[in-house]
Ligand binder design. Sequence first.
Ligand SMILES: CCC[C@H](O)CC(=O)SCCNC(=O)CCNC(=O)[C@H](O)C(C)(C)COP(=O)([O-])OP(=O)([O-])OC[C@H]1O[C@@H](n2cnc3c(N)ncnc32)[C@H](O)[C@@H]1OP(=O)([O-])[O-]
Length: 719
Amino acid sequence: MALFSRVSGSVGLITLQNPPVNALSAAVRQGIVDSVKRALSDPEVKSVVICGENGVFCGGADIKEFGGNMSGPPLIPMIHAIEAANKPVVAAIEGSALGGGLELALGCHYRIAHSKARLGLPEVSLGLLPAAGGTQRLPRLIGVPAALDLITTGRHITAAEALQLGIVDQVTKQSTVNAAVNFALNVAEKPLDARRISTFPCPHSSDLDALFEEAMQKVQKSARGAIAPVACVQAVRAAATQPYNQGMEREKELMATLFTSGQARALQYCFFAQRAVGKWRMPNGACWDTSKPRPVHKVAVIGLGTMGRGILVALAQTGLSVVAVETQEMQLMEAKQAVSGMLERGAKRRGVVPTLHNITYSQNIKSVAEVDLVIEAVFEDMALKEKVFQQLSAVCKPGTFLCTNTSALDIDHLASQTGNPELVVGMHFFAPAHVMKLLEVVYGPRSSPQAVATAMHLGKKMGKIGVAVGNCRGFVGNRMLKPYIEQAFFLLEEGGTPEKIDQALEEFGFPMGVFKMSDLSGLDIGWRVRKGDGLAESSAASQQSPRIRDGRRYSPLGDLLCEQGRFGQKTGHGWYQYDKPGSQLARSDPWLHSFLEGYRAQHGLVARRIDQQEVLERCLYVLINEGFRILEDGIASGPEDIDIIYVFGYGWPRHRGGPMFYAGMVGLAKVLERLEHYHQAHPDVPYLQPCSLLRRLVASGSPPVNTWKEVIKKVRSQL
Ligand SMILES: CCC[C@H](O)CC(=O)SCCNC(=O)CCNC(=O)[C@H](O)C(C)(C)COP(=O)([O-])OP(=O)([O-])OC[C@H]1O[C@@H](n2cnc3c(N)ncnc32)[C@H](O)[C@@H]1OP(=O)([O-])[O-]
């Protein structure tokens, strides 16, 4: 709702009240309409201020209403009525003015912002466009290029940038409402014609066609198939080329196509899923609201390879005091130099002072004795990690949380090396760790809820999206990746090429196909794991059939490439060739193609044509199937956990909502039918066998993804 009051004698104050972000629900819109009417009809009121309760102006339209029947007064006429008012209306912007919130402010005649406020039109990230006049008013106010930038990226800007762009008229460090009320008193009798943005001509650049052509190319390149950024450009074009009313018609028309699109549904699902993962729950019932984190003031990072350095940078940037330990002197010196450089560059970009002084470097593990939490990031080798955990358990003060940055190893086994296994959790960061948003917080059977809460809290402080998951080989992300990569190898054996398979996945929306990704991360990583598992054996030494392991189909293609020293980008050759070691531009490699031909001939395989549909169905559905197994095993507590892990850690296109949401969009029955089909064709591939949870969900009528948790609970109790 919205509260009306009269302040300073003649100022009507309208306060939006819908915690926590004052979203424009039906009740709030009704409240604004009623309050504006009251202010305009009250002869004592000479000017009006609109503000939000609890230090937040407005987070925009109420996204929760989008799925249901929209009732209450519509936003557009409400904003028009404010703009058309014959008394000045001033927006007092504190906290956030986003989406419909900023559109409301643009309908006001003046805008005063607090210096800490954030403004933006982030609708594009929800698969929409600013359809309450945002695409028409903003270009008229700040010009086409700046409006295009804000509307197509959805980025939030500071009050200082908003002032510089001309979006706000004044920035204050004091009480925004007081400043706005004083401002309103001063402008009470001033004429308003020059303050109604919809009447402004849109500032024209000399070559509009070229400008929009360039903008369209830019969004198409970065959108990876998302439709909203394209619609945003089209809407702004209407502002630049048509009168306001026609522009509004175009905005409405474009919004209508977006509003009901699957992409909008997927993106809005992601918005809520991102927030839902913070409300974690362990199988024993412990959860986010009953488990309080312990304060962490001092942290240590052990091992300063690539991952350790990234983690160190992310920690130092939070302002925490960090002890960085690396036993090799050379490595320590190199790491110190690299980390200082990363911190300095990061600080320069953000216009802040680098936090180099937060870090103490040491070669001695005993220097972690006084820290509250340790993140171990040594080489991915169980024997080495065991030793480190034994040492940590001996040197750390009682109660220190011990976290490991392993990407697949057994957390519980590591916990068993310490005197207090309840203090041990996994903190699985993704490379580069100071950039990538995802953090898997992995609890073992003995991890305490407080250890999970503390790791999740620390992750949030580091700007990460933490997802709490159970302990199993590869946890959630890497466990699902295994069958996905395996299918890609099988497709190569059957006639595919790295180029065709990658193209299908990139057209789906991944930034990189599976083979380019593998070249980037290094083929030797998977090879080392397969060797450890006894799967990858030198072809000469192998006693067993090269294409079968334990009765299951196996592809040794990756191993054979590694035997040739082809480790990917770092060696200049992998699934592709590169100009030189370390280059990033992948080129098709004739050697690889003739190698594949030779391999097929050697194993009596006849290449067939593999189309895009088969690539997508086999690679994606097998990954989804493993996701269902993870849900069945209770490793992830809901589909949102898996989807957020894939969107933020593995490049799954956000506008497709994550693998589990996508399965729901495709139709669970269809996913099941295709898995059955492929399993029949490849009975020696167990990953293709549909898991029982998927079957049960289909049998129970394929309920929508947001109700799976309930179904899973029931299914799990019956399994
Ligand atoms: C015709 C229409 C045209 C119009 O152009 C369309 C729009 O405006 S589209 C909208 C364009 N606007 C946007 O895209 C802005 C979206 N919002 C944000 O970016 C951030 O929430 C914000 C920066 C505001 C606060 O960040 P923070 O302080 O870290 O806090 P937080 O993020 O944890 O959120 C706290 C709680 O509020 C909830 N909630 C939040 N916003 C909305 C909403 N609009 N609605 C409903 N709920 C919303 C959120 O789910 C969470 O709920 P819970 O149950 O407690 O988990």
